[in-house]
Design a protein around this ligand. Structure first.
Ligand code: C2O
Length: 536
């Protein structure tokens, strides 16, 4: 293993999409940003320097950060932001992971343009558990707004209403074929007939789960969230913000240009969004300029496609890649995730109320001092540790809502003792708008042991949990009007953020954090921060 050094300069760059130009915040002037390459076992040092007027922080999404919580990156959780003109070196070692992950800004809505791929190769000499592909291609899916995304969310917060949806989806930064805007080129993937390619798909979008399809080709999924899965062949991939999927595609045709589509998935669309991004798979020797074979994306509300995808995934092999699913549970938790409505005197457009989101009815309030600093330096008054392990009021989560949809505000953490085992059931409360919530946990991979529709039944549902080969992830789609159960071992001391990876829901408060620390010696508690850690 070796040490890899990267320099991430956060700079503004004028960028043209959809026939209009705006300045965007980027890393090294690129959209999407540069790919970070490493091998399992390597140590990575990324010096991030802020040259823009916004505060910044970068999160290495899905990197376990074993004992390196100070390098995790969420602003006001593990660090204070890197201010204009300042630098911070993120220093972490990649332990027991290989595959595709992503890095992204973790402050406000800056990740709309500040994101990129993390490619972790296996240790030298260790092969993939699937045939070696001819080529590997990073495919980053995202969104494009004609307006400044900080303005989009600030306007929504002032009005109390939901923010606008994006103006386009993008594939490696490009929307593809856009009517009346012919100057835009789309992403092209050149292929040779008979060869197999590994696509490293990343959903870096702020607010939408996406469908990915290639006309005339099937996809073999071999890895998700940097964990191997039993190969499964499907024609559509469903990928939520924060998730990654590696899929093999064999150029099984002789020639032609095949349309690739990326389109939004939402169970019950609140906002109609028919935007489809396109790219092409281009067989060498094909002269056609337009796609010769097209496909239509699934409808926006194709819940069945999502359910099929999410239930098809199983971890590869519990012998070669030990699954280590905790079989006993120290903390049995049930968290409701959903939307609510709170009063807001200044929200004229929202008629005196504003949309909020919560976990167990707590709308998380971001502190102004980083939680990990507050914990480590014993700064009182920043957070409390009384996050409820169960819903405060039990109701029919997927039926009619309680009479008051109001939530309580708080900066509450849930304390887990070091090395304890956790079973967490995430229950969607489909009471305002039934919507999938892709919930992301920092600092851990977890096992997705169960999933179902309707209300979780603690008596019967655990009987069907998969404790043998459940897929291992860092971001799980909680089905709308349903639940997802995960298990993990709290073997990483620190403060670990958990939130919906739909950025609008995070902004509205669908977030909380776990505090893991025994206060007993250096192995079971948080180690001191690096000297350049940005202070508040
Ligand atoms: Cu990818 Cu807390 O985020």
């Amino acid at each position: 293993s070796r040490v890899r050094h990267y320099k991430f300069n956060v700079v503004t760059r004028n960028t043209t999409r959809l026939c209009s130009t705006k300045p965007i915040v980027t890393v090294n002037g690129k959209f999407p940003g540069p790919t970070l390459y490493a091998r399992e076992g390597d140590t990575v040092l990324v010096k991030v320097t802020n040259h823009v007027s916004h505060n910044i922080s970068i999160h290495w999404h899905g990197i376990r950060q074993l004992r390196t919580g100070w390098a995790d990156g969420p602003a006001y959780v593990t660090q204070c932001p890197i201010l204009t003109g300042q630098s911070y070196v993120y220093n972490f070692t990649i332990t027991g992971q290989r595959g595709t992950l992503l890095w992204h800004a973790h402050i406000n809505w800056l990740r709309s343009t500040v994101h990129g791929a993390i490619v972790i190769l296996p240790k030298r000499g260790v092969p993939y558990p699937f045939p070696t592909p001819h080529k590997e291609v990073v495919v980053i899916l995202a969104e494009w707004w004609k307006s400044d995304t900080e303005a989009v969310i600030n306007e929504a917060l002032n009005s109390g209403l939901a923010p606008n949806v994006s103006d386009a989806h993008t594939i490696n930064g490009h929307p593809g074929l856009v009517p009346n805007c012919s100057s835009q080129r789309g992403f092209t993937l050149p292929v040779q007939s008979g060869k197999t390619y590994l696509l490293r798909l990343i959903n870096a979008a702020l607010n939408e789960e996406l469908f990915f399809k290639i006309a005339g080709h099937t996809l073999t999924i071999v890895e998700v969230d940097a964990t191997y899965v039993k190969p499964v062949k499907l024609d559509t991939i469903v990928i939520a913000p924060g998730q990654t999927t590696n899929a093999l595609v064999t150029a099984e045709q002789n020639s032609g240009k095949y349309l690739v589509t990326v389109s939004p998935f939402m169970d019950s669309p609140i906002a109609v969004d028919n935007l489809t991004a396109t790219a092409t798979l281009h067989y060498s020797g094909t002269l056609a300029t337009a796609p010769t074979t097209i496909t239509s994306p699934p409808p926006q509300n194709a819940t069945a496609v999502s359910n099929k995808f999410n239930t098809a995934l199983k971890s590869l092999n519990s012998i070669k890649y030990p699954a280590n699913v905790p079989t006993t549970v120290d903390h049995k938790l049930l968290f409701t995730v959903g939307l609510g409505i709170n009063p807001c005197a200044t929200c004229k457009a929202g008629n005196g109320s504003r949309a909020v989101a919560s976990i167990n009815n707590v709308t998380f309030v971001m502190p102004t001092t980083a939680l990990l600093q507050a914990h480590f330096f014993n700064i009182s008054g920043v957070f409390t540790t009384d996050f409820p392990g169960n819903p405060p009021n039990v109701f029919n989560y997927t039926g009619a809502g309680p009479s008051s949809l109001q939530t309580t505000n708080g900066t509450k953490l849930y304390r887990l003792s070091y090395n304890s085992t956790v079973e967490l059931v995430l229950q969607d409360t489909g009471i305002i708008a039934p919507e999938n919530h892709p919930v992301h946990l920092h600092g851990f991979n977890f096992f997705a042991v169960g999933r179902g529709l309707g209300n979780y039944n603690p008596k019967t549902d655990p009987k069907s949990f998969n404790l043998v080969d459940p897929v291992e992830r860092n971001t799980i789609s909680v089905p709308s009007g349903g639940w997802a159960a995960i298990r993990f071992r709290a073997d990483n001391p620190g403060v670990w953020f958990m939130h919906c990876h739909l950025e609008v829901h995070t902004t509205w408060g669908l977030k909380m954090a776990f505090l893991v620390d025994n206060g007993k010696g250096p192995n079971e508690s948080v180690i001191p921060p690096p000297s350049d850690l940005p202070k508040c």
